[in-house]
Design a protein around this ligand. Sequence first.
Ligand code: DQA
Length: 143
Amino acid sequence: MLHGPNLNLLGLREPGIYGSMTLIQIDESLKLRGSELQVGVDCLQSNHEGVLVDAIHNAREKYQGILINAGAYTHTSVAIRDALAGVAIPTVEVHLSNIYTRENFRHHSYIAPIAIGQISGFGADSYLLGLQALVNYLSGVRH
Ligand code: DQA
């Protein structure tokens, strides 16, 4: 699980948009759901694009899938998109808010075209839905 910039402020940051759960609580919920699904989940948050690019490179041969909320880098970062495409690890993009009902600049995602899919607008549930979708994809389950 990769969290991009400003997501360390979850709980405090614009709670009307992003909800009241903290990043620690979201990570705990992902690890718990992961253990129910019998998969391990490691989580990293960074406010720095290069740290996220390095983490994506280092995911090669270590992780089978990537769940990412790239925060504002979703809308700006060709580098993160190229890193994800470069390692070719199946990726699910998630967002707490529905990026398509917000400002125009949030409507474009550089990540969406190279992701398996995107889940946007379900608050903290977006992460759990994204994890479920990624695990289903990796296990070959299609509904
Ligand atoms: C976000 C949406 C982005 O537009 C914003 O920059 C974020 C959070 C979300 O989860 O809703 O930081 O990715």
